[in-house]
Design a protein around this ligand. Sequence first.
Ligand code: ADP
Ligand code: VHF
Length: 376
Amino acid sequence: MPDTAARLRRTVGAGQRLVVKVGSSSLTSADGGHLDHGALSALVDVLATRRAQGRQVVLVSSGAIAAGIGPLGLSRRPTDLATQQAAASVGQGALVAAYQAAFSAHGLTVGQVLLTADDVTRRAHYTNARRTLERLLELGIVPIVNENDTVATQEIRFGDNDRLAALVADLVGADALVLLTDVDSLYDGPPSQGGSRRVPLVETVADLDAVRIGGTGSSVGSGGMVTKVEAAGIAGGAGIPTLLTRLADVSGALAGEDRGTVFAPAAATRASRKRWLAHATTARGRLVLDAGAVAAVTDRRKSLLPAGITGVEGGFAAGDPVDVCAPDGTVIARGLVNYAASELPRLLGKSTRDLARDLGPAYEREVIHRDDLVVL
Ligand SMILES: Nc1ncnc2c1ncn2[C@@H]1O[C@H](COP(=O)(O)OP(=O)(O)O)[C@@H](O)[C@H]1O
Ligand SMILES: N[C@@H](CCC(=O)OP(=O)(O)O)C(=O)O
C-alpha cells in the first residue's frame, strides 16, 4: 500500500539516530581507483544537515580498498586477500582524511571506528563497541565505521559492509538504517537487464518472492543487492526500518519524497541476545540431531541435550557458536555450545542423568541451553 511506504519514509526522515551506510561504488571515480571527492562531500553535506538539526548519525563507509587501488598503481580491485588488505591499509587513511576535511568544513569532528566480525560476535567485545559508539555520539562526534580489513582473515571477515551496518544499527539502537548505493532503489530484477520495475516498499519477506536479486553491478562493490536485502532483514528483525536509495535521492527521500525502497520492520522482534546470536555470529561447527531432538528444539523450544545428538563436526571450543542441523543437514538453529568438540562424542546418545552418574555432576548440563539457542 503506497501509504505505508510514505509513512515509513516519514519515520526514517524523522529518526533521531540514523546509521547511514555508503558503498564503494558511490564513493569512487568511474575507473574505480580513486576517491570521488565530489560525491564524498555531497554525502557529508546531507549528514551535516542532519547534525545541524540536532540529530545523530553513524556513518558506515566502505571504499577503503577502492581508494587504495590508484595510489598502489593497481589497475583494478585486487582479488587476493593480502593485496586487498594492503589496499585497505592505504585507502582507509585517504578515506578518513577526506571525511575529516569535509566534516570540519561544517564544524564537525569525526571518529574512526574499525571493527572486525569478532567485535560484534563476542559478547564482551560487542558491549565494548557499543559503549565506544555511544560515547562518541554523546560527545557530538560523527563515528565513521568500517571493517578492520587489514587484520580480518578470510574466514571471519564480513567482506561487504551491508551486514556490518545492520548490526551497528542494532548495536546503537538506531531509529533507521539508510543504505546508499549506486542504484536509486531495489528493482524487481537486476537493473542491467532492462525492463525491471522499481520496488518502492518491502513490507514482508513475501514481497521479495517476485524480486530477482543479483550481485554487484560495479567493479568495486562486493555484495550487490543480495547483502543489502539481507541487511534490511537483520535491521527489520531488530525493529528498525531501512531506506535504500542513492546519494542523489537521499535528501528527497528523507524529506518524504517518493524515492528509493523502504523496508518495514518486522512485527515481532527477538530479544537482543537472540538477534546477536542469529546474525552476528559465525558458526565454528555443526551438531546433527535426530528427529526427536529437532522437534524438541524447534516446536517445544527445549534446551539441547546429548541424547538427541547423532553427529559432531568442526573443532569448536566450549562457548563457541555452532549450527544445529536436522538429520538431512539443514541448519535449523544456532546456539552457544557448552562443551568443546573433543568432549562431545563420548556423551552422545546418553541421558543427562546417566552422564551425571558416570562422569560427575558437571556433565549434567545441557549441550546448548535454550537461552543460548535461536531457531532460524
Ligand atoms: N534487484 C535489484 N535491484 C537493484 N539493484 C540490483 C538488483 N540486483 C542486483 N543489483 C545490483 O546491485 C548493485 C549494488 O550493489 P553493490 O555494487 O555491491 O553496491 P555498493 O558498493 O553500494 O555496496 C547495483 O548497482 C545493481 O547493479
Ligand atoms: N571494508 C571494505 C568494504 C568492501 C566493499 O566493497 O563493500 P561494499 O561497497 O559496501 O559492497 C572497504 O572499505 O573497501
